[in-house]
Design a protein around this ligand. Sequence first.
Ligand code: GUN
Length: 285
Amino acid sequence: MAQIIDGKQVSASVKQEVKDEAAKLREEKGLKVGLAVVIVGNNPASRVYVNNKKKACEAVGFQSFEYALDEATTQEQLLDLVNVLNRDDRVNGILVQLPLPKHIDEKTVINAISPEKDVDAFHPVNVGKIMIGEYAFLPCTPAGVMRLIASTGTEIAGKQCVVIGRSNIVGKPMAMLLLHESGTVTVCHSKTKNLKEICLGADILVVAVGRANFVTGDMIKEGAVVIDVGMNRLDDGRLCGDVEFESAEKKASYITPVPGGVGPMTIAMLMKNTLTAAKQQNGLA
Ligand code: GUN
């Protein structure tokens, strides 16, 4: 039976580290770290995420600046706001919550964020840096996954790592982080043949496909570390991951639950990136 990886506990320790360092910056350098969060429209899930980000800022002693814009906001108005935030010295990090309404081009908006303030690490400059291992910011969700794997004491070097999902936000950067730790990485996706066979070879399995209960226990190698990035809302309102937990926990050595696994880590790593941004902008990192 697998040991459960407690994302709440690991994220609390990351936030404590950030809080301690932010307090030191305030006391010794007079610096107050600031994060601007921009949300456009009324997507209920986005509202919850943005509120959680705001609460996390308060918990670690950051200033947060929230911009809740109307659904009808034009792309030009949003770009104007991003430009104002790029120039605002109180703002060390800028996060524009995705998805944006259909009439706004997400790429154009992401590209407008100053790479030095891009705490999501979505800007092409930061994506490129991830590729060559010169991280300005670690992409939040994959970085959170790496921290969860580390919390189990599992060595990544030389291990068979399988990532299911190839999104720009999770799958692709996830593969890079595992590769930089010398894992042997396979990326699977909707066109992959023999998915079960490939999964059965995985010592470390990271699942980010966005389909409830997609990976079942019969696809998991005995003793594997299983990380479930999925967050699917079932018809009855319950949250459920991409991994069928009941069958998977019988095979894995370690497994993340949903909720309470990867989810809390993403925000903790966002706080860490915002602290890094503040240090870099002030010549302290
Ligand atoms: N929407 C869902 N996840 C994220 C995230 O990590 N960052 C942003 N900006 N939007 C999101």
